[in-house]
Design a protein around this ligand. Structure first.
Ligand SMILES: [Zn+2]
Length: 284
């Protein structure tokens, strides 16, 4: 194995992409006409800026998880528009199969970058805030840390340096709670009505990623105490239906599920089982 190989992990969502705002929100609806014509270009531009920056910094490999609208096969990013040295995480229909995702990356990646990111459910002045899928999910905690997609990905890569977060200004809070030394690269700000075009944010992302990679000595490794305690709360109108048998350590009440796991990775795998126990109350 070549110990000098530098691999960067890029976790991509779409609600926090450049160029997608309330007035054109259809751009992130996977499969819609606006998504095809415009939305894909927005997120691809952000990711291309990251890739070009990484390549200028002599990163050997960029491995991307395109996690928006997981459960469908077609990617959001336009792969042919990205450089040759990208690799894609391979999970069935791009699902949140976090252990498989972790296993496909190097044991010691150079760092993690998150792009296209949005804020947690309930965040004010945010574009499309949600926690994985809200409703039904209201909140998710790992050891009392309130996380959504950013935290899920970051804690799945414990031990890896978190380099930068790109997205809605309101998404920076979650990323900073995980690692205060990351580089924050906002591409839109609902509070200040800052809505630039993706062509305007491209050079900003690229320049800031180059600076962030060159500052790797000052970036910190993601860490969490293990074993981990997870908690999921669900929105009104939904309840947990406790399965007859559960094969992990956990408890359910109507609105809250708790589970523990020896590692963060395993806890995220169990998340999928817990999520499957959510049912909608009948509207009678
Ligand atoms: Zn998304």
């Amino acid at each position: 194995m070549n110990k000098e190989k530098k691999q960067i992990i890029v976790y991509v969502d779409m609600e926090g992409a450049s160029g997608i705002f309330d007035h054109n929100s259809g751009a992130f609806i996977h499969g819609s006409a606006l998504w095809h014509e415009y939305g894909r270009k927005c997120i691809t531009s952000d990711v291309l800026a990251v890739c070009q920056a990484a390549n200028e910094c002599k990163i050997d490999e960029i491995i991307i998880y395109d996690g928006h609208f997981a459960g469908t096969h077609e990617h959001n990013i336009i792969i042919k528009d990205l450089p040759q040295n990208i690799k894609l995480f391979d999970t069935r229909n791009r699902c949140f199969d976090w252990r498989r995702i972790r296993g496909q990356a190097d044991l010691e990646p150079f760092g993690l970058i998150t792009a296209g990111q949005h804020a947690r459910y309930g965040t004010e002045s945010a574009y499309f805030p949600h926690t994985i899928q809200s409703p039904p999910i209201k909140s998710l905690y790992i050891n009392d840390k309130n996380i959504a997609e950013i935290g899920m990905c970051a804690y799945n890569f414990c031990g890896t340096k978190y380099i930068a977060n790109i997205g809605c200004t309101a998404s920076m809070a979650e990323a900073m709670e995980i690692s205060p030394k990351i580089t924050c690269i906002p591409v839109k700000d609902k509070k200040n009505k800052w809505e630039p075009d993706f062509s305007d944010t491209f050079p900003v992302i690229k320049e800031n990623i180059i600076n962030a990679i060159n500052d790797i000595e000052n970036k910190e490794k993601i860490k969490i105490d293990e074993p981990c305690i997870f908690k999921m709360e669900i929105c009104g109108n939904f309840i947990f239906k406790k399965p007859a048998k559960i094969s992990w350590e956990g408890t359910f009440s109507e609105k809250t599920a708790l589970w523990s796991s020896p590692t963060a990775e395993i806890g995220f795998e169990l998340f999928n089982f817990v999520r499957n126990c959510i049912t909608e109350m009948s509207l009678s």
